[in-house]
Write a protein that binds this ligand. Structure first.
Ligand SMILES: NC(=O)c1ccc[n+]([C@@H]2O[C@H](COP(=O)([O-])OP(=O)(O)OC[C@H]3O[C@@H](n4cnc5c(N)ncnc54)[C@H](OP(=O)(O)O)[C@@H]3O)[C@@H](O)[C@H]2O)c1
Length: 317
């Protein structure tokens, strides 16, 4: 994946190469209303409804992009992604045992950097089964080199009668601090809504992007009703949104809500929905991580601006 269209990111890359990642990045490129007041604006946080604990709105997804082998360059780049997330004020890292070598690499990077305590670590349970569940939990904790995760999510909920009692027990035992469910399958949205309303997990993770707004209809409002935090999977529709705007300049009006790259434009649309707690774009590229963090700073689009964003993406055909 290249940076896609737009030159702001390329300018940032040039500066990053010369001075390293950090606050200096934010003096490059166009400076928005927030940054113009002096230095980068702080990364926004939102409360986890169940506890009030503040969660920075920009997180990191690790599917595919962290499933790398022994190549030192690739592994170093993922370590730099996590360092960039943390240096920028982010904490949330989402992984899963089914993401190949990603879960183990996250564990290795956090252990090597001594950064476990600064991370809100989310992973998933692949199969809800009383017999195999405890071993699956133990395996994830081992891979992640920790004795508890912050969030344990039932991956791809699919059974209308699903209970979450086993995960609640893990929470009571201190093996996880929050529990959640995930889905990115249209056919399972009814199931996810039923389980959400009945079991009232602490988190819902669902696919939601500027060009895929199905979750806005019922699932995200249902999460808000039951007091579940919302994490948005696939915020770029993998690379679908970047492909849709390939070769196009960012509209001038995006600067009014401090979006200075397409990545920030796409993520700010999601964060403009107050029911969204955090977005978890996936990246294996520290410059993209830095770019994505910019979406959590400054103004967010209001309802009229969000409608304009939807019209814009719809007009691309
Ligand atoms: N059922 C579930 O629970 C479920 C399902 C799917 C996904 N998820 C979660 O959602 C996370 C996000 O999904 P995803 O990673 O598949 O898709 P995504 O976040 O929509 O898109 C990731 C792609 O965008 C690129 N990218 C990231 N930031 C960019 C930037 N600023 N500029 C240009 N390109 C950028 C990445 O390439 P680079 O590496 O080159 O940056 C990567 O190819 C996953 O990692 C996972 O944690 C959960």
């Amino acid at each position: 994946m290249t940076d896609g269209p737009g030159t702001a990111l390329s300018r940032r890359r040039a500066l990053a190469l010369s001075v390293g990642f950090g606050a200096a990045l934010w003096t490059s490129g166009r400076i928005g209303p927030a940054a113009a007041q002096g230095g980068p604006a702080p990364l926004l946080s939102r409360p986890i409804p169940r506890s009030g604990e503040a969660l920075p709105v920009i997180g990191l997804g690790t599917a595919y992009v962290f499933d790398v082998g022994d190549d030192a360059t690739q592994r170093d780049a993922r370590a730099a992604v996590i360092r960039t997330l943390l240096a920028g004020g982010g904490t949330l890292v989402d992984t899963a045992p089914s993401y190949g070598r990603a879960e183990a690499l996250v564990g290795e990077i956090l252990a090597a950097g001594g950064s476990r305590s600064g991370v809100f670590l989310a992973t998933k349970l692949e199969e809800y089964d009383r017999t195999s569940g405890p071993a699956a939990l133990a395996a994830s904790l081992r891979q992640l080199r920790t004795d508890r995760v912050d969030l344990m999510q039932l991956h791809n909920v699919s059974d209308l009668r699903q209970d979450l009692a086993m995960m609640r027990e893990w929470k009571a035992q201190g093996r996880c601090r929050y529990i959640g469910i995930t889905t990115t399958y249209r056919g399972a949205f009814d199931v996810a809504e039923a389980v959400l309303r009945r079991e009232k997990p602490d988190f819902l993770q669902i696919d939601y992007s500027l060009d895929d707004r199905e979750a806005e209809g019922r699932l995200i409002p249902a999460a808000a009703e039951v007091g579940a935090a919302v994490l948005t999977a696939l915020p770029f529709g993998r690379n679908r949104l970047f492909r849709a705007v390939q070769g196009r300049p960012l509209p001038d009006w995006a600067a009014a809500f401090d979006a200075h790259s397409w990545g920030q434009f796409f993520l700010k649309y999601l964060l403009g929905n107050p029911a969204v707690t955090a977005v978890i774009p996936g990246t294996g590229n520290p410059e993209h991580m830095q770019d994505n963090l910019g979406a959590g700073r400054g103004r967010l689009p209001d309802a009229a601006e969000r409608r304009r964003m939807v019209d814009f993406i719809g007009s691309l055909g």
